[in-house]
Design a protein around this ligand. Structure first.
Ligand code: DGT
Ligand code: CA
Ligand code: CA
Ligand code: ZN
Length: 586
C-alpha cells in the first residue's frame, strides 16, 4: 500500500472509533498519525520500515507503527477489518448528512436506536429527533433536508468515477471475440460533469455471448433488464449501465443516437427531415415511402452508408462535431458554416498552477509532487498552498511561505527535476475582498491564485463585490474556483458570474477552470462567451496528492464543452510565455 492509502485507512479508523464513542485522545492519535505519515516520502517510509525505525517519527506510537507496517507490507489490517465489521454501515453513511457528526450520531443510536438513514428519516417524521438534547426543530428540519438532497445526489455520479468504471468495460467488450466495435456513449462520451448512467454500444457478429458477459461482470449487483440485443445492470456503487448491441452497418448511427444529447438529436433529425431524410438509431433513410424507419434501414438500397461519424455528419452537410459539443447549443449551425473550433486536447497541456503540498493540506511533499509532474511530461508545475486564514487546511504563515519560496528556488537551482517549479499561493480572499497576505510578500511570488474559502453565506451582491475587489488587486494572477461548488455535495455560494468575468477581463486576470472532478468550476456553460470576449483560462487540478494531477483530464472535458481552443488556455504556453503573462499582469 502507498502512504496515502495507508493514511486513508488511519483516518477511517479514527472516524469509526469516534462513532464507537472512543476517547478523543485515541481518535486524535490516528488523525495526527495520518497527517504525519503524509509528510514522510514514499521511499523514506519503505526504508524506515525495513530498518524497523518507524517509531523514530514524531506522532507514531507503538500501536501505529505496528498497523502502518502491517498495511505497508500486506496491504491489509486485521484490526481495521474487525472494527469495520463491528459497526453498523448505516452509521458511517449518516456522516454524509450535513449537520450530523459522530457525537450526534451516537446520541441518535443510544436514545432512539437509529442505525440507518431510513430509520433516521422515520424518526424525524415522527418528531422524535427534535426532542433530543442538543437537537431541536431546526436541526431536525436540516437533517431531513440533508437526507433529501443526498437522495437526489445519489442518483448521479461524478464523471471521473463513471469513467474509471467504464474504461475497463470498453476494453473488456473489445476483447470479446464476437465484438467488432465497442464504445461508451451517452453523457460520459459528451464529457458531462455528472453522469446518470453509463451507455455502452457494441457492434458484433453474435449477440448472445455479449449480453452474457455484460450481466456477469464483476461488481454487478442486479440485472435490471436483459434481452436479445440489450441489457441493463446496477453495480454495487449504485451506478447503472445500459448495453446495446447492433449489426456493424448500424453502429455509427446508433453511436450517434446514444451519445446524444437529446437536444442535439432533435436538431439533427429536423435537419435530416428538411433534406427529405429520416434519422434514427437505425440509420439515415428517405422520409417518404412505405415502412418504418427500422425496416427501411434494413434495406441496403434505401439506407445511407456511413462507417464513421465523420461520414454521418457529412451526409447532412456538416463537418464532424466532437461529442463534447453535442448539446444543441449552436454546434450544428457552426458545423454547417465550417466554423467549429479546434478544441484543446489533453496533450496540449504543459503544466498547471493550483496544487498543494504537505506544507498545507496536501498529502505529498514538494519533491514528490514535482516528480509526478515531471512523470506527466510537464514543462512546469505550480505550488499554491493555502494562506494563513485557512487554518483548518494548515495555511502557511508569512514565515512559512517565505521558507517555501526559498525552498522552491533551491529546488529549481539544483536542477534535480527538468520540470520548473513556479512559486505561488492560494491566497484567501477575506470577507471584505482583501487578500490574506500583504503586498510585499505577494510581490515575492511568481503568481497568486485568489480564492474564497469562508463566509459563504454573504448575499450575491456582497460576494460579487468581494471577489471583484480581489480581482482588482494587482497581485492577483488568477481567480480560484469561482463558486466553491462541490458537485453532488453542495451548491456554490451566490455570485454574479457575468460581473466577475467582466472584471477579470478588464484587469487581465485569469479565471481558473478547477479540474478537480467534484468542482469543475467555473462551469463549462460560461466559458464560450467569456473566452470570445478575451478571458484567459487556466486549467488547474487543485491536486492534493500526486494522483490528483491527472484530474487535468476532467478539466479538459469541461474546457472542450466550453468550446475552448489552445489559444484560450494558459496551460498550453511555454514556460517563457507563462512568465511573460504573469509579469505583464503586474
Ligand atoms: P445521463 O445518463 O442522464 O447522464 O444522460 P445521457 O445523455 O447519457 O442520457 P441517457 O442515458 O438517458 O441516454 C443516452 C442518449 O440516448 C441520450 O443522450 C440521447 C439518446 N436518447 C435516449 N432516450 C432518448 C429519447 O427518448 N429521445 C431522444 N431523442 N433521445 C434519446
Ligand atoms: Ca447515460
Ligand atoms: Ca442510459
Ligand atoms: Zn481552494
Amino acid at each position: 500500500m502507498t502512504k496515502n492509502e495507508i493514511a486513508d485507512v488511519l483516518n477511517e479508523i479514527g472516524t469509526l472509533l469516534e462513532l464507537q464513542g472512543e476517547n478523543p485522545f485515541k481518535v486524535r492519535a490516528y488523525q495526527t498519525g495520518a497527517r504525519a505519515l503524509e509528510a514522510v516520502e514514499e521511499a523514506e517510509l519503505s526504508r524506515l520500515i525495513a530498518e524497523g525505525k518507524l517509531g523514530t517519527i514524531k506522532g507514531f506510537g507503538e500501536a501505529l507503527v505496528q498497523k502502518i507496517t502491517e498495511l505497508h507490507t500486506t496491504g491489509k489490517l486485521e484490526y481495521f477489518e474487525k472494527l469495520k465489521a463491528s459497526i453498523e454501515p448505516g452509521l458511517a453513511e449518516m456522516l454524509h448528512i450535513p449537520g450530523l457528526g459522530p457525537k450526534k450520531i451516537i446520541v441518535l443510536k443510544k436514545q432512539l436506536g437509529v442505525t440507518s438513514i431510513a430509520a433516521l428519516t422515520e424518526a424525524c417524521h415522527a418528531g422524535k429527533v427534535a426532542g433530543l438534547d442538543g437537537f431541536g426543530e431546526k436541526t431536525q428540519e436540516k437533517i431531513l433536508a440533508g437526507i433529501k438532497n443526498r437522495e437526489a445526489y445519489c442518483r448521479r455520479h461524478l464523471w471521473w468515477d463513471a469513467w474509471e468504471v467504464a474504461q475497463p468495460i470498453v476494453a473488456g467488450l473489445r476483447a470479446l471475440q464476437q465484438v467488432q466495435r465497442a464504445e461508451a456513449a451517452g453523457s460520459l462520451r459528451r464529457g458531462a460533469d455528472t453522469i446518470g448512467d453509463l451507455d455502452f454500444l457494441v457492434a458484433a457478429t453474435e449477440f448472445e455471448p455479449i449480453v452474457q458477459w455484460f450481466v456477469a461482470m464483476p461488481g454487478v449487483k442486479e440485472v435490471t433488464a436483459q434481452g436479445k440485443t440489450k441489457a441493463s445492470v446496477r453495480f454495487e456503487s449504485g451506478l447503472q449501465a445500459d448495453l446495446r448491441i447492433v449489426p456493424e452497418d448500424q453502429f455509427v448511427f446508433a453511436l450517434h443516437h446514444f451519445t446524444g444529447s437529446k437536444d442535439h438529436n432533435v436538431q439533427m433529425r429536423q435537419r435530416a427531415l428538411a433534406r427529405g431524410l429520416s434519422m434514427s438509431e437505425w440509420g439515415l433513410v428517405p422520409a417518404e415511402g412505405e415502412g418504418t424507419a427500422k425496416e427501411k434501414a434494413e434495406n441496403n438500397a434505401l439506407r445511407t452508408a456511413a462507417n464513421t461519424e465523420v461520414e454521418l455528419f457529412a451526409a447532412l452537410g456538416l463537418t464532424f462535431i466532437p461529442p463534447e459539443l453535442r448539446e444543441g447549443l449552436g454546434e450544428i449551425e457552426a458545423a454547417e458554416r465550417g466554423e467549429l473550433p479546434h478544441l484543446i486536447e489533453l496533450k496540449d497541456v504543459r503544466g498547471a498552477w493550483h496544487n498543494h503540498t504537505t506544507a498545507s493540506d496536501g498529502r505529498n511533499t514538494l519533491a514528490e509532487m514535482t516528480a509526478a509532474a515531471q512523470a506527466l511530461g510537464w514543462e512546469y508545475f505550480g505550488v499554491a498552498d493555502h494562506s494563513k486564514s485557512s487554518f483548518q487546511a494548515k495555511g502557511l504563515s508569512e514565515e512559512r511561505l517565505e521558507k517555501q519560496i526559498a525552498e522552491i528556488k533551491a529546488l529549481n537551482a539544483s536542477k534535480k527535476f527538468t520540470t520548473h517549479v513556479f512559486s505561488g499561493t492560494e491566497c484567501d480572499i477575506l470577507p471584505d475582498g482583501q487578500l490574506d497576505f500583504d503586498d510585499a510578500l505577494l510581490a515575492q511570488l511568481d503568481y497568486v491564485v485568489a480564492s474564497v474559502h469562508n463566509v459563504f453565506t454573504q448575499d450575491e451582491a456582497t460576494m460579487t463585490a468581494r471577489i471583484i475587489r480581489a480581482i482588482e488587486n494587482s497581485h492577483t494572477t488568477m481567480l480560484g474556483h469561482l463558486t466553491g461548488r462541490l458537485l453532488l455535495r453542495r451548491e456554490g455560494y451566490k455570485v454574479d458570474a457575468g460581473k466577475v468575468i467582466d472584471a477579470a477581463i478588464a484587469n487581465r486576470v485569469i479565471i481558473e477552470l478547477n479540474a478537480s472532478p467534484w468542482r469543475l468550476d467555473m462551469d463549462w456553460r460560461h466559458w464560450r462567451k467569456a473566452a470570445e470576449r478575451g478571458l484567459m483560462c487556466a486549467i488547474n487540478p487543485d491536486a492534493h496528492e500526486t494522483a490528483g494531477l491527472e484530474h487535468v483530464r476532467a478539466g479538459i472535458n469541461a474546457a472542450r464543452k466550453g468550446w475552448l481552443t489552445k489559444a484560450h488556455v494558459l496551460n498550453t504556453r511555454s514556460r517563457e510565455e507563462v512568465e511573460h503573462v504573469f509579469a505583464a499582469r503586474r
